[in-house]
Ligand binder design. Structure first.
Ligand code: C2E
Ligand code: CA
Ligand code: CA
Ligand code: CA
Length: 276
């Protein structure tokens, strides 16, 4: 038994050390990725529930490092936030988003791109200044800023003031991962928000979980009473699409419609839809 236990301890420690070392390596490689353009962006279409047509796309970051391999955003974004490097990453994402919007506008005059904003971005001036500059080039009508409830809890007054300013400039604000935080709609109704994204956790088992159906149904109702657009994320099958459309959910996103795709593929998709 003692031997087994020792093996377990050794295994556990090794596992722990490996994860720890990987995190250290990520923090070490991040500045290089930022400096050398090591990131790539992909986009996941957001479709109208009633027709299935693409009305927007969410921009998601990807990183492949020579030694680390693929590093998922869930893995490196929290580390980039802790080390302050997220500010530079968001700056780059915003710049790319403007470039994409300009390209897509040559194809059609209605398109919205969502970008993910971190808590840190709402409390320093970099993002605010970037978005003020973009609004002078009329970009605000094409961008949606996705913010989680927990990002707002970080430094509520400062973050809410920042959102207020951005909303007044004309940017749309979306509450991401809704339902996983502790706030309720009654608490966030005073925020300048336009869209509510119901977290994937409530959508994933929608067809087999009556409780999830109740939650989603009442969230959609209440959100509509507050004049918010409702997005369901993580839609993976047709039955869920039907159900969500019947229950007046406005916009859907998920593997059933498309996985995150390259800019070229997004462009192609919009082109094809235009022809039909
Ligand atoms: P999120 O904002 O909730 O993004 C949605 C995530 O769900 C994406 O994972 C997407 O690929 C995944 N997803 C979409 N549809 C489905 C589906 O039908 N089924 C399943 N199982 N998954 C689906 P991804 O790209 O790995 O991003 C993870 C998180 O990383 C994002 O969650 C977001 O919080 C963060 N993130 C990604 N890109 C950025 C960025 O540029 N800046 C910041 N600050 N955060 C980012
Ligand atoms: Ca998001
Ligand atoms: Ca989300
Ligand atoms: Ca998420």
């Amino acid at each position: 038994h003692a031997k087994e236990q020792n093996q377990f301890v050794a295994f556990y420690r090794e596992g722990f050390d490996e994860a720890h070392l990987r995190r250290l390596a990520i923090v070490e490689q991040l500045p290089k990725a930022i400096a050398n353009g090591g990131f790539k962006l992909v986009a996941q279409p957001k479709v109208l529930a009633s027709t299935g047509r693409t009305v927007a796309a969410e921009i998601l970051i990807r990183w492949h490092d020579e030694t680390l391999g693929w590093v998922g955003p869930d893995e490196f974004i929290p580390l980039a936030e802790q080390s302050g490097m997220i500010t530079e990453i968001t700056h780059w994402v915003v710049k790319q988003a403007e470039h994409w919007v300009n390209q897509l506008l040559q194809l059609q005059d209605e398109i919205k791109l969502s970008i993910n904003i971190s808590a840190v971005d709402l409390i320093n001036d970099k993002l605010a200044n970037d978005l003020i500059a973009l609004s002078q080039r009329n970009m605000q009508r094409y961008l949606i800023l996705e913010v989680t409830e927990s990002a707002l809890m970080h430094e509520p007054e400062k973050s809410i003031a920042c959102l207020q300013m951005l909303s007044e400039l004309g940017y749309e604000i979306s509450i991401d991962d809704y339902g996983t935080g502790y706030s309720s709609l009654s608490q966030i109704r005073r925020l300048p928000i336009n869209e509510l994204k119901i977290d994937r956790a409530f959508i994933q088992y929608l067809m087999s979980q009556p409780e999830d159906q109740s939650i989603v149904r009442s969230t959609i109702q209440l959100a509509h009473e507050l004049n918010l657009r409702v997005v369901a994320e993580g839609v993976e099958d047709e039955a869920s699409w039907r159900w969500l459309a019947e229950h007046q959910c406005d916009v859907l996103q998920g593997y059933y419609f498309s996985k995150p795709i390259s800019f070229d593929d997004l462009h192609l998709r919009l082109l094809k839809e235009k022809e039909h």
